[in-house]
Write a protein that binds this ligand. Structure first.
Ligand SMILES: C=C(O[C@H]1C=CC=C(C(=O)O)[C@@H]1O)C(=O)O
Ligand SMILES: [Mg+2]
Length: 461
């Protein structure tokens, strides 16, 4: 990695093109600057006008946004496993020419992306635009952290590139992306919804509970789908705005691939890395919110003491603790969960903190943790086999890690739940729940209905 102090795009390009010629390589040039305050959603919308594929990430508990536009490269090209992708990342970093004078996490050279829930599953037509593994380094990245905004430009430089022309092209695109007069499209409304095979799903829940009672497994997470037809082709920006405004304590994300977009507002952090500090979250066990404060407190109290929900939760805690022990020391896990309140429901929550051992990375932790028993089950292989054989859904990127990672060992990944796949005027929403021995199909069905609500309400339902 070459850390550069000079700042003009043209002189950086001259230098990078020289490197490319001398080493017969195509290094990535990454340049970051501070810019005036800009609404991340306007930047996201402006990228649509340039017909760029977009990535969006926001942690709504903080004022933190990363918006990516275009693609300088996909790290997962030619990689079948997370390990191979990490190698691509390391190779790219080794050659990259970076100018980023800021220490803020999420600025500078970074990658955003996700993966399929089950990379062993055959990909259905519906997810054809979403590779099993895809991490993009956007051409333009807007990072907003509290009141500070940063713009990063990433260019894959080739030896026959013309520095002057390339600099002009990038500047023209930058002007469009930062144009604050871009108007935000209005939200749409829902024309109809279709619950996909509800009775078959309840039957599968019963089958899973019986399988567990016969001691073949301890927990299996089953997901189902709700098809939504919109009044017109969906605009992504108003959906994201709705999620940001309504879903506190969540990660609002969107990943466009071709014409399609996978998006959602997930409350579930898989892992956050801040140098050698890592933080994971056990989130499983669910109840609705009460209509009054008193009713809400009563529901929270019974959730904390409910045996079935505690068992769903405890499987996750046990597995995450073991996985973190593998790559970390100082693993700290509180003895009991607390309540994690969301707009439409509340969960049992246990935070896990740890220190990452030298030579290990966030990719190691993702590979070890996914899928946690909040999305797969216990034991992992048996529950995955059950899901493959019985669930009538191709989960695609639903339930899998989505997030970002920068070149300074910071990053954060959520589990892609409370989410949907937008394809034109059609949205497929996904929701699942943890089946344990005492699960009742009707109750689990009701639980998934509440989990659809965050997305449904911003789609206009
Ligand atoms: C699988 C989902 O939720 C998981 C996360 C939190 C609580 C869960 C539960 O109580 O069943 C699920 O394990 C989903 O929202 O699609
Ligand atoms: Mg549950």
């Amino acid at each position: 990695m070459i850390d550069v102090k000079e700042t003009s795009l043209k002189s950086m390009l001259d230098r990078a093109i020289n490197e490319a010629k001398n080493n017969q390589s195509s290094p990535l040039l990454s340049m970051t600057k501070k810019i005036h305050d800009i609404n991340p959603l306007r930047f996201f919308e402006a990228a649509e006008q340039l017909a760029m594929n977009r990535s969006f990430w926001s942690a709504t508990a903080e004022t933190f946004y990363i918006v990516g536009a275009g693609s300088a490269c996909d790290l997962a090209d030619g990689a079948k496993t997370i390990e191979q992708m990490e190698e691509n990342w390391q190779n790219l970093l080794a050659e990259a020419i970076i100018h980023n004078p800021y220490k803020t996490s999420g600025t500078g050279l970074l990658t955003l992306g996700g993966m399929s829930f089950d990379r062993a599953e055959h990909k259905s037509e519906r997810w054809k635009n979403f590779s099993h593994l895809s991490f993009i380094i956007p051409e333009f990245i807007l990072t907003k952290n509290d009141d500070s905004c940063y713009l990063t430009i990433n260019i894959r430089v080739r030896e026959d590139d013309h520095p002057g022309q390339l600099a002009e092209r990038m500047k023209r695109m930058e002007r469009t992306l930062l144009d604050s007069s871009v108007s935000l499209p209005r939200a749409l409304s829902i024309k109809s919804t279709e619950d996909v095979a509800p009775s078959e799903w309840k039957q599968t829940v019963k089958c899973a509970a019986d399988y567990i009672k016969q001691h073949h497994a301890d927990k299996i997470v089953l997901a189902r789908e709700l098809q939504v037809k919109l009044s017109d082709e969906a605009h992504i920006t108003p959906i994201l705005r709705g999620l940001i405004e309504t879903q506190t304590n969540s990660y609002v994300f969107a990943f466009e691939r071709g014409e399609d977009c996978f998006l959602g507002a997930s409350p579930e952090r898989l892992v956050k890395q801040d140098k050698d500090k890592v933080l994971s979250t056990c989130l499983a066990g669910t109840a609705p919110r009460g209509k009054t404060q008193k009713e809400d407190a009563r529901i929270a109290n019974s959730l904390l003491h409910d045996e079935k929900n505690r068992s769903e939760h405890d499987f996750v805690v046990k597995m995450i603790r073991q996985s973190m022990d593998h790559y970390c020391f100082n693993v700290d896990v509180p003895e009991k969960p607390v309540i994690y309140p969301l707009k439409n429901l509340q969960h049992l929550y246990t935070p896990v903190t740890a220190t990452l051992r030298k030579w290990h990375s966030i990719f190691d932790i993702i590979g070890k943790l996914h899928p946690t028993p909040a999305l797969g089950g216990v034991p992992r292989e048996k529950s995955l086999a059950f899901i493959r054989n019985h669930e009538r859904l191709d989960r695609g990127w639903y339930g899998a890690p989505v997030g970002w990672l920068d070149s300074n060992f910071n990053g954060e990944f959520a589990v892609g739940i409370r989410s949907g796949l937008v394809q034109g005027d059609q949205v497929s929403l996904f929701a699942g729940c943890g089946i344990v021995r005492d699960s009742d199909p009707e109750e689990e069905y009701d639980e998934t209905n509440i989990k659809f609500m965050p997305m449904l309400s911003v789609l206009g339902g």
